[in-house]
Design a protein around this ligand. Structure first.
Ligand SMILES: Nc1nc2c(ncn2[C@@H]2O[C@H](COP(=O)(O)OP(=O)(O)O)[C@@H](O)[C@H]2O)c(=O)[nH]1
Ligand SMILES: [Mg+2]
Length: 314
């Protein structure tokens, strides 16, 4: 990625994360302003700010503990430098999760299964990914594996038309695994590079959802043991701490290889990234920062943390 792109992403990130910045970044910046030195009481206030910004108990405890140790070693005496130390701690938590999605040309079609709760942004994100990969010159096909609602099939078809890529679908109520199987066969025959499969978010019970996902995986594995190549879990960042239980339940149904955090634009809850990273250590592939097709940004932990804190001139 060019320097210009990186700066552009940071700028876009900062604008779209401005809500979160108000909460976490600005809250802490405000605390720092009134400090002469770093006291235990101050660290407790920082801890509270982090918890109310959805950073989560585990990540917060770990960060505050590290800062307390640094403070005891007299490394934090200058409140002006405190934010630099805190940013360092936040980046350390996210760093292991910064792994771009590599689409190997040897795996053809490369199969991406998109899963997640209802309304989190699965279908929209598929539209954005399609645009991105088409721009990169890849041949993309979509599979309408969310057969639960007619509108879901139409929505995916609309994204397919917009991006001029084929969409494999069946009628409403069809077996999702069978739609994805058909799509795989067709993608293979047509020399497609990337097949992206949508799935339903809402089924009658959790057991149903598990069975459906297990069946999809099984059907794909019957075609090729390595499949699916990527299982992307979509998480709506505005759900806050509930995101943790969503990951835990989907993980029971299928291994998850990547997470995309959506709706970071409208949310005060970007903090959830830290809790997820600390607890599950699953790579964040991209973040969704709006409803438009270009509103998808590769995850970068330094940009993410920088975007949380206000600039001097903000
Ligand atoms: N603001 C914002 N809205 C989003 C984002 N991603 C998806 N949405 C919206 O969330 C709603 C649900 O999206 P959809 O893709 O249908 O969710 P699905 O049920 O998981 O497939 C739609 O109104 C989308 O436009 C995002 O990154 N930011
Ligand atoms: Mg959908």
């Amino acid at each position: 990625m060019s320097e210009e792109d990186k700066n552009g992403f940071l700028g876009k990130f900062k604008t779209t994360l401005s809500h979160t910045r108000t909460k976490l970044g600005r809250g802490i910046a405000g605390l720092v302003l009134s400090q002469k030195g770093i006291s235990d009481e101050f660290l407790e206030d920082v801890e509270t700010q982090m918890l109310t910004s959805d950073v989560g108990i585990e990540a917060t405890t770990e960060i505050i503990e590290n800062l307390r140790k640094k403070n005891n070693r007299k490394d934090l005496v200058d409140p002006a430098k405190f934010i630099q130390h805190l940013k360092g701690e936040l980046i350390d938590i996210l760093k292991p999760c910064e792994q771009q999605l590599e689409i190997s040309k040897d795996k053809k079609p490369f199969v991406i299964l998109v899963i997640g709760a209802n309304g989190v942004g699965k279908t929209t994100t598929i539209g954005k990914l399609t645009k991105l990969y088409r721009k990169g010159g890849r041949k993309v096909m979509l599979a309408a594996g969310d057969t639960f609602r007619a509108a879901a099939i139409d929505q995916l078809q609309a994204w397919g038309e917009k991006n001029e890529v084929p969409v494999v679908s069946q009628k409403i109520g069809a077996d999702s695994a069978s739609v994805i199987f058909d799509a795989y066969q067709s993608a293979k025959a047509k020399g497609i590079d990337i097949l992206i499969a949508d799935t339903a978010g809402r089924v009658h019970t959790k057991d149903n959802l598990m069975n459906e996902l297990e069946k999809i995986s099984r059907v794909l594995k019957n075609q090729d043991q390595r499949l699916p190549d990527e299982v992307l879990l979509i998480i709506d960042s505005t759900t806050g701490q509930n995101a943790l239980s969503q990951v835990a339940s989907f993980k029971k149904a299928t291994p998850i290889s990547g997470i995309i955090l959506t709706k970071l634009d409208g949310s005060a809850k970007g903090g959830v990234a830290f809790g997820l990273a600390r607890k599950f250590n699953i790579p964040f592939r991209f973040v969704g920062v709006g409803e438009k097709v270009e509103d998808l940004i590769p995850f970068n932990c330094i940009n993410f943390v920088e975007a949380l804190f206000p600039d001097k001139d903000d």
